[in-house]
Design a protein around this ligand. Structure first.
Ligand code: ADP
Ligand code: TRP
Length: 322
């Protein structure tokens, strides 16, 4: 039996953080043997916010390095950048023509931007449709993401159904999100969801001094060492358990461990965890020819994969005359 298809992507909008890794990238790596794995760099999506040529190019390169530093193996997973498949944008157009404005107005990301009084560009408004095209064009079965992206996968599913219905075909498969419940929302150092936009992240590749100063900022209460506490209520433990889920740690947080000691142990656990990642990243980063070759070849393969499907799509829509 052929393997099911796992597909996902991350926008090249800056440094990866611990939430990106545990919420999404860890799943890409853990499942790359079990699934046919397709992982891309969502550079077109990034243009909704990154409008600086050199910065975007740099960040695309960095994410390619970061993916591999996290353990994605280009021999197993297909790695490429979204913009290398222009057909994704073409498909998004067909989808746009069957999507209503009120439907997109219900998207959380758009509603949040509106509520904050931000000027919303068309890219932000249409974001879910481009994402649906990413997913559906590759026949993805499962899409590993953090919880904040769940609605976007629902949009992809709805869009597949609508296209199939409107054009009377069965071209598109209905994808499912893959969300690991315990890692669905990784908290940041202030206890809110860890996110670049909240300025509460622990960068995945951070070195000792940065990790230390971030961990020191995690709030704690004034309970004494021997007072009984519920670790699950503490931001410090909520973050720590991601790196160390042992019962021993849980019990020591409950009673007997001072916040100072807990923070020291957390710093140690984060750095021990990220050390191999930082090492691989340093090795890969200077190996520009190799990294670009992986991306370029990945782009060619990814594009070849979609050709037959796009011919069917053009035929279903009625624009294919020869
Ligand atoms: P950010 O919110 O920092 O801008 P992105 O939107 O670039 O992060 O997210 C990239 C991937 O990482 C997505 O699949 C997203 O769901 C996941 N992710 C981001 N933050 C978290 C988090 N705090 N917990 C779990 N998953 C997350
Ligand atoms: N929206 C995703 C994010 O913010 C990135 C993304 C774009 C994506 N296209 C996708 C994720 C397709 C999964 C599948 O992180």
């Amino acid at each position: 039996m052929s393997k099911k298809i796992l597909l996902s992507g991350v926008k090249p909008t800056g440094l990866l953080h611990v939430g990106n890794y545990f919420g999404a990238i860890k799943q890409f790596v853990d499942f790359q043997d079990e699934y046919e794995t397709i992982i891309f760099i969502a550079d077109l999506h990034a243009i909704t916010t990154v409008q600086d040529k050199d910065l975007l190019s740099k960040q695309i390169y960095d994410i390619a390095v970061d993916y591999m530093a996290c353990g994605l193996d280009p021999e197993k997973a297909l790695i490429f950048k979204q913009s290398d498949i222009p057909e994704v944008s073409e498909l998004a157009w067909y989808f746009n023509c069957i999507t209503t404005v009120p439907y997109l107005e219900r998207a959380h990301a758009y509603k949040d931007a509106e509520a904050k009084g931000r000027e919303v560009n068309m890219g932000v408004f249409d974001y879910p449709i481009l994402m649906a095209a990413d997913i559906l064009i590759q026949d993805a079965d499962v899409v590993p993401v953090g919880k904040d992206q769940k609605q976007h996968i629902e949009y992809a599913r709805d869009t597949a159904e609508k296209f199939n219905r409107v054009f009377n075909t069965d071209i598109f498969k209905l994808p499912k999100e893959m969300i690991v419940e315990s890692l669905a929302v990784v908290p940041g150092i202030d206890g809110q969801k860890m996110s670049k936009s909240y300025g509460n992240v622990i960068p995945l590749f951070a070195e000792h001094d940065e990790v230390k100063s971030l961990v020191m900022r995690i709030p704690t209460d004034s309970k004494g060492v021997d007072e009984e506490k519920n670790p699950e209520d503490m931001v410090l433990y909520q973050i720590h358990k991601i790196f160390n889920g042992s019962e021993e740690l849980f019990n020591s947080y409950k009673k007997g461990l001072s916040y100072k000691e807990a923070k020291e142990k957390l710093i140690e656990d984060i750095l021990a965890f990220s050390e191999p990642f930082r090492k691989r990243r340093a090795e890969l980063h200077g190996n520009r020819d190799y990294v670009l070759d992986v991306l370029k070849k990945g782009g060619e393969r990814a594009k070849a994969r979609v050709e037959a499907k796009m011919e069917k799509v053009r035929n279903a829509v009625g624009v294919k005359l020869y």
